[in-house]
Design a protein around this ligand. Structure first.
Ligand code: GLA
Length: 381
């Protein structure tokens, strides 16, 4: 049964500004609520928006960093669990988070030595990963307050987040106007649409950094999850996790996930790439045509039966298996997130693309629109 009244033919066309108790009550009826989530150090109030669908799934997202704070999905018996790592309060996110659930930008992943040359001009970015630039720098899109509004569309309730990244922010050229839209559909999909425009040429690479554990957050490591990645090649890295530039076949390596394989089966194999990453922390070159929405990965957790499929328009996928988690982040329900308690599947352009002319270009120019879509689809078996 769908309790939602269809409010329009195109979800994007229907924006409902959440003002006043009447609007709030109407929105709640249609799967969208808002509550205060706290204040930043500068005193800016931020909210937590909860989207729910007709199947009982719920996703809670804050406009601080566009962070997915919680996401519930049913197991094969219909029992719901929260399947993403995160914190209960804003203060804990402010105190430090390894990008739990966040929108990452202006450039997700690494840029070697924080430098690149564009149209003959050299740019220097903030360095926050040894000598490299990582995930947008010291204050990336995961640490800013986004302007938020709820929408009710024919695919489901959504949240539109907007942020203007100023010319020179973290060293990037151009004023970049960014819009990220989250939609929770009745087909148990979390859809993320990213859009951006600029007034100067700039690299752009937006992604979401949710850490998943399909058994339920805090319920052990993710090594038993069975993963397929739809990629014949990956981009091998050096010891600093910067791609060497090679597109290497996954054949005869522990990075071959063309057949569904438990994450833990080879994660500690004697392999140079795994030593560099401390496990899996690599970019796969997706087989589907770049720019077209197509399959990237599928993960199954055998005990609960929960399945997650990832579809994207992006050319690459960073699979990171929580190698840096060490129990020091204590999350929701007082759970300490130990080594490999969560995994990320970050859809993206390849790391260090601004310095690799043969990688798909991440450069956005004035007059063009950056547009990217990723779908996390949940089911059971
Ligand atoms: C990404 C990187 C990892 C690590 C995590 C955050 O996935 O590739 O190396 O920095 O983010 O801890």
């Amino acid at each position: 049964m769908n309790r939602r009244v269809p409010v329009g033919s195109a979800w994007a066309a229907w924006a409902l500004l959440l003002v006043g108790p009447l609007a709030d009550a109407l929105a709640a009826e249609q799967g969208l609520t808002r509550s205060p989530f706290g204040k930043t150090a500068e005193g800016t109030a931020v909210d937590l928006y909860t989207l729910s669908n007709s199947q009982g799934m719920e996703v809670a997202i804050t406009n601080y960093g566009g962070i997915v704070v919680s996401l519930t999905a049913p197991d094969r018996h219909g029992a719901f669990a929260d399947i993403v790592l995160g914190y209960e309060t804003l203060d804990e996110y402010l105190a430090g988070s390894p990008y739990f659930g966040a929108i990452v930008g202006r450039y997700g992943n690494r840029i070697a030595r924080g430098k690149f040359t564009l149209d003959g001009k050299e740019f220097t970015l903030a360095r926050n990963d040894g000598e490299n630039h990582l995930h947008g720098g010291l204050r990336g899109f995961d640490k800013v307050v986004w302007k938020a509004r709820g929408i009710l569309g024919d695919k489901g309730p959504g949240l539109v987040l907007e942020y203007l990244s100023r010319d020179g922010e973290e060293g990037y050229p151009g004023n970049l106007a960014v819009t990220v839209t989250y939609i929770l559909t009745d087909e148990n999909e979390l859809r993320i649409h990213y859009r951006a425009t600029t007034d100067k040429p700039t690299p752009v690479n937006l992604t979401n950094h949710s850490y998943f554990n399909l058994a339920g957050q805090g319920r052990g490591d993710i090594l038993g999850h069975v993963l397929r990645i739809d990629a014949d090649r990956f981009t091998p890295v050096d010891a600093r996790l910067i791609p060497t530039g090679e597109l290497r076949s996954v054949g005869n390596t522990p990075l071959d996930f063309r057949q569904a394989t438990p994450i833990g089966a080879r994660v500690d194999a004697d392999d140079e790439q795994l030593r560099f990453g401390g496990g899996y922390d690599h970019n796969w070159v997706l087989n589907k045509p770049a720019g077209e929405l197509g399959p990237a990965a599928r993960v199954e957790e055998p005990k609960s039966g929960r399945v997650m499929e990832v579809l994207t328009t992006e050319p690459g996928l960073q699979f990171y298996c929580g190698n840096f988690l060490d129990g020091s982040n204590v999350g929701k329900g007082g759970k300490a997130y130990e080594h490999r308690y969560g995994f990320c599947l970050e859809t993206q352009h390849f790391p260090d693309s601004p310095n690799k002319a043969h990688f798909p270009s991440c450069i956005l120019r004035p007059g063009a629109e950056y547009s990217s879509t990723t779908i996390y689809r949940f089911s059971t078996r």
